[in-house]
Design a protein around this ligand. Sequence first.
Ligand SMILES: [Zn+2]
Length: 309
Amino acid sequence: MKTMPQSSHKNIFPVYIQNDKPFCPVCSHEMKFLYRIDRFCDPIFIYRCPECCLEKQHPFAEHQENHYTEDYYSGKAEYSYSDERKQLKFYGYVWKARLKNIQKFIPPPADFLDAGCAFGGFALEAAQTGFRAFGLDLSEYAVQHAKKAGLNAKIGELKKGVYPENSFDVITMIEVMEHLPDPVSAVKTLSEIIRPGGLLVIQTANFQGMQAKREKSNYHYYLPGHLYYYSKNNLTRFLNDHGFSKIIFYPGVDFGLLPKLLKSRGNFRLFRDYLKWIRISIYHLISKIAFGNFAMTSSMVIYAFRDKN
Ligand SMILES: [Zn+2]
């Protein structure tokens, strides 16, 4: 195995793996080089599957959990997570709206896991709604906080043995799928731990949307910690192949404009910040323009139901 140069960024990339040719986890075709992206400390290399158009970063670091330290959550890392703890009230608007939609399919009480729960805010909101809520995250730092906040959370990866079979009625993965280094192991695990008829909610970018197609390698979703880049079609196919045949696709998000506008106020300091509502509203309306394989933006949420047999 060849070893790639080590990162200058806090030495979080001690070992690179997969220097062999990358193969697509959705359809097994050999993936082809697409872009080299140079806007980070270290370049990242993107490959694409010629058959299903799944994209991946290749190679990537073996120990992905090393990304998710306090620096990642507090905005000190090269790229980071917007810290929900400072704006719980504002995040609450979209969490409540999403839970309202989930309840149309799986009403509480039911066993609910937020996989990639970070500080646990969304799962705790689910508990408020009446779900028996649990959290799972790779980050020791985040899980410690989630536990202190009162969530039944554990540190771990979505892989075999993390929970017993048929443990959950709902699993949510909000901006998590793109971080997973082994999607096949993750989706197999999901199909085992979700009960028949249960619901999997995935929010990630849709790379067949116009936004990603237009911006190409400049698209902001290309980030060092984002390892796979899905689309409506290849994610649907991947889920179908692993026991989720009923799929609902939401262009944009699975809730309305108002919760988004209310959440954005958390960052507003000046009266003129309210002008941002124009941009947010336009984006929201455009994101709803989608038919067949066409979508104007690259935001999507997929609801996938575990087969009953
Ligand atoms: Zn493929």
